[in-house]
Design a protein around this ligand. Structure first.
Ligand code: ATP
Ligand code: MG
Length: 554
């Protein structure tokens, strides 16, 4: 079923209203893109592609104090990585500054805009409330000549920040506060990442956005719900300016996710206060963070298109994102062995200097992925949690006197336990059954557990960073303080982990499944011979659990 936006576009196409459907994705380069932006990107690029049109990438760069080239570059790289292509259609609102200025002059000439000398606080006081009309500024009836003169001098840099603004002259009594003489231009003496010091006068979002849409011939300007109340102003400006086309603004609900904050201001604070490793920290909801975490673009795209487009705000469970990513990874991730918290085992009846290699399939979901060779020897590492000296009834893994399968290798039986002075198990002595080579027994014996393992002589030391949700509560900040809701265990570093030697020089870009443990991605912090892996996800499907809980509570 098409969503309401696609229905509108389809109807416009059917009515022959447009030669080509043109959408745009309009990021402000004041931070990195996040998973919410991915929804908007998937929608804008998706609609354009489905109707044979195109989607512009337009930077909404009208606020030089907060914008940086670093963000412009990161945004372009992230959109490309996500798999969307704007072709030649790269634009900047700053490219239109001259045109926008001329249109502002047109408004002044037509008596529809004026220079106001009130301060920001005074303008706020005059604005009124939802129940009270606003009050007109004493500067509202300046002559056209005086307004033109002042506007020109504002551009020349004669006045300080905040001393004057250009306002549209609409209606101070309008029930819609956005129509109470909204600000169109403000003085900002700051260097702009693209126009440098050419301007000290900048258009507001409201003045720049719709006019930029019109200049580019955008047919459907899709934005989030908070702009619904701005639409009458959007239309007023289009109606009152000699713009070359008539775009239509349509609002949809922004993506909200549990355990997640998407406010760029807050994300910037996390970065500046070093609460995370940067904008691309694997716990950040940013596209670059998710990439570093090991989420493939396909999984993010599947999620971003799968959440759908609605008119009412809602909150999506983060497990739904994890589910989409896990689905892709299960299909494509090469399998490897890793031991995160090792315990050494010695196979007493295995020849001391013998090394065997076993073929282990790279991906049971994909035969074409082939197999790799894994070395096996007398001393091995297994996961500490796969052994219990005194196991409770439902623990089927290794225990004294018990036989288990080492995946793709042999059956082994634990014969004795070595401990240090503190009582910690340091080593297990085992025997193996040579007749079970490859992991099966001719007599039909079937151990209840199959463990992953590494040859101690070949295993490569690695650092593994185990990630969990950045916040410990599904609704961060519900009590007012976002920082207080940060999850203190969102990153746990395992410095004593081991991986297969084949992972010595892996580069970010491929996410592996460490068998029985989850999905792990090489981190850019990796050094030669000392890889660092980020846990992208565990293997279990928590989304199924969320859904099950929901259906039982219904
Ligand atoms: P701000 O304007 O406060 O800096 P923003 O999140 O709106 O933050 P923009 O760069 O203006 O950031 O957003 C670019 C586009 O992405 C806009 O069209 C915006 O509506 C859309 N967008 C932003 N956040 C979400 C979200 N959570 N879900 C869907 N779309 C979003
Ligand atoms: Mg915005």
């Amino acid at each position: 079923m098409p969503d309401f936006i696609r229905e509108i576009v389809a109807a416009d196409v059917a009515a022959g209203r447009h030669r080509e459907i043109i959408t745009r994705f309009p990021p402000e380069p004041n931070g990195y893109l996040h998973i919410g932006h991915a929804k908007s990107i998937a929608l804008n690029f998706g609609v354009a592609a489905e109707f044979g049109g195109h989607c512009n990438l337009r930077f909404d760069d009208t606020n030089p104090e907060k914008e940086e080239q670093e963000y412009i570059d990161a945004i372009e790289a992230d959109i490309r990585w996500l798999g969307y292509d704007w072709g030649d259609n790269l634009y900047f609102a700053s490219d239109y500054f001259e045109q926008l200025y001329e249109w502002a002059v047109d408004l002044i000439r037509a008596g529809k805009a004026y220079i106001d000398d009130l301060s920001a606080d005074e303008i706020r006081e005059h604005r009124g409330t939802l129940t009270e009309p606003g009050r007109v500024s004493p500067w509202r009836d300046r002559s056209v000549g005086e307004n033109l003169d002042l506007f020109g001098r504002m551009r020349k840099g004669e006045f300080a920040n905040g001393s004057r603004v250009l306002r549209a002259k609409i209606d101070m009594a309008s029930p819609n506060i956005n129509l109470r003489d909204p600000i169109l231009y403000r003085i900002v003496h700051a260097t702009h990442p693209r126009t440098g010091d050419e301007w000290c006068l900048y258009p507001t979002y409201d003045f720049a956005h719709g006019q930029s849409d019109a200049i580019e011939g955008v047919t459907h300007s899709l934005c989030t719900l908070e702009f619904e109340a701005h639409r009458p102003l959007y239309d007023w400006l289009i109606d009152n300016l000699p713009v070359p086309s008539r775009p239509r603004q349509i609002e949809f609900a922004r993506l909200n996710l549990t355990y997640t904050v998407m406010s760029k201001r807050f994300l910037l604070r996390l970065v500046n206060e070093h609460r995370v490793r940067g904008w691309d920290d694997p716990r950040m909801p940013t596209i670059s963070g998710l990439r570093r975490r090991g989420y493939p673009a396909e999984g993010i795209r599947d999620f971003a298109t799968g959440v759908g487009v609605a008119k009412a705000d809602n909150v999506v469970e983060i497990q739904q994102l994890e589910y989409a990513v896990r689905n892709v990874l299960n299909r494509i991730a090469p399998r490897r062995f890793a031991v995160l918290d090792p315990i050494k085992i010695v196979i007493d009846n295995y020849p001391a200097r013998q090394i065997e290699t076993f073929d282990v399939p790279n991906n049971p979901e994909d035969e074409s992925a082939g197999a790799r060779q894994v070395e096996f020897g007398r001393e091995l590492l297994i996961e500490r949690e796969d052994f219990m000296e005194d196991p409770p009834p439902k623990f089927f893994r290794l225990a004294p006197g018990r036989e288990v399968r080492l995946r793709a290798a042999y059956f082994i039986t634990c014969e004795s336990v070595v401990k240090d002075d503190s009582g910690k198990v340091t080593e297990l002595h085992c025997t193996y059954d040579p007749a079970t080579r490859g992991g099966d027994s001719a007599d039909g014996r079937r151990p209840k557990a199959t463990l992953h393992w590494l040859s101690a002589a070949h295993a490569l030391p690695a650092e593994v960073r185990v990630y969990d949700h950045l916040f410990s509560t599904p609704t961060p900040g519900a009590d007012g303080d976002l920082m207080a809701d940060l999850n203190p265990d969102s990153e746990v570093i395992l410095a004593n982990a081991f991986v297969e030697p084949s992972l010595a020089d892996v580069e970010p870009g491929t996410t592996y499944q460490f068998e029985r443990l989850g999905y792990f991605a090489p981190d850019p912090d990796s050094a030669t011979g000392r890889p660092v892996f980020n846990r992208a996800l565990t293997l279990k499907d928590a989304w199924a659990k969320v859904q099950a809980q929901r259906s039982t509570s219904e």
